[in-house]
Design a protein around this ligand. Sequence first.
Ligand SMILES: *Cc1c(COP(=O)(O)O)cnc(C)c1O
Ligand code: SF4
Length: 365
Amino acid sequence: MKLHFTEEPSLSQWWNGRWQLEHAVTTLEEVAALLGVEVSLFDSCRKAAEKYPLFVTPYYLSLAQSAELADPILRQCIPSDAEITCQVGGNPDALAEDAYSPVSRLVHRYTDRALFVTGNFCAMHCRHCMRKRDWCKALPPPTDAELDAVVGYLKDHSEVREVLVSGGDPLMLPEKDLLRIIKALSSVDTVEILRFGSRVPCVAPQVVTPRLAAVLTSGKPAWLATHFNHPAELTKEVSAACDYFVRGGVTLVNQSVLLKGVNDNAEILGKLFTSLLKYHIKPYYLFHGDPIEGAMHFRTGVDAGLKIMNELRGKISGLALPAYAFDLPDGNGKIRLQPEQILRFDENGAPVFRAWNGKEVAYPN
Ligand SMILES: *Cc1c(COP(=O)(O)O)cnc(C)c1O
Ligand code: SF4
């Protein structure tokens, strides 16, 4: 939608990451003014906005296709009454990240990879966020002492080959802090790759510059996991950001979350996954929504996700197809789900499959 600015930004302001963040929208009044609607439209959102504050760039808001609360873009950034009213079974820390933290800032759940928490500032407050419990507790960038402790732990645990650099959003860190973190992690010989996780390319792509790409590749080989959930999020601004990364030598994958009322059908997700390939991004995971307090209203049943994966199987490029996965409770790790493909075994004991075209085909033993 075209936004109604009191002072229209120039092109160079619009394409400037700092301008986008400095003009981030934090009140429902601003949202209403920019969308050109009555603020009473958002009356039901006020309580949720107090508990989980609103934060969205003008850029992301402009991706809305309509000023209705059901719009897939607005659903991801505008507080909803459901965040505080329908949260039965939700847990603030469903993945037990706090319990798997051997030293401050590090979550070591699997053997060969560990997750490093850089801070908790993001370029948007995504309403479905699994870390929304921490939005209001400021976590500054790591101190040198914290980094030393993490490096010490990684040196003692040479089985860790990969560090996921997460947040908040690591790309929101001041450049000097990001450089310091990359240098420290890369100083551990046994750490072979760094995997950054960021929503910046989606919600504030203007922040990405050739210089930022060079920072990310200043240490061990860099992978970046983006977070796109809807085809309306793919724009010329995103294209420029991805070009900077790809030319700079950063490999891109995407993690989507299956979100009710945003992307819970095969047509939308098929379009998202195939379009991502044009931006040099390989769809990696489609996450089933975690049972997070404040985000329960976004969850579908697992059967809905399996049905979508089954519809997409064979119809879109294998490159475009992510793994459908969720996290087991209590920090027991990820499970990849597959639609059932073996229908039965025939009289010779050979498995009979449902092929992508619907035919039943036996695979001879
Ligand atoms: C998801 C996750 C990983 C990475 O898992 P992959 O399957 O390799 O993507 C690593 N550590 C933690 C704590 C995680 O939650
Ligand atoms: S960018 Fe990621 S961590 Fe930050 S609010 Fe969005 S989903 Fe949560």
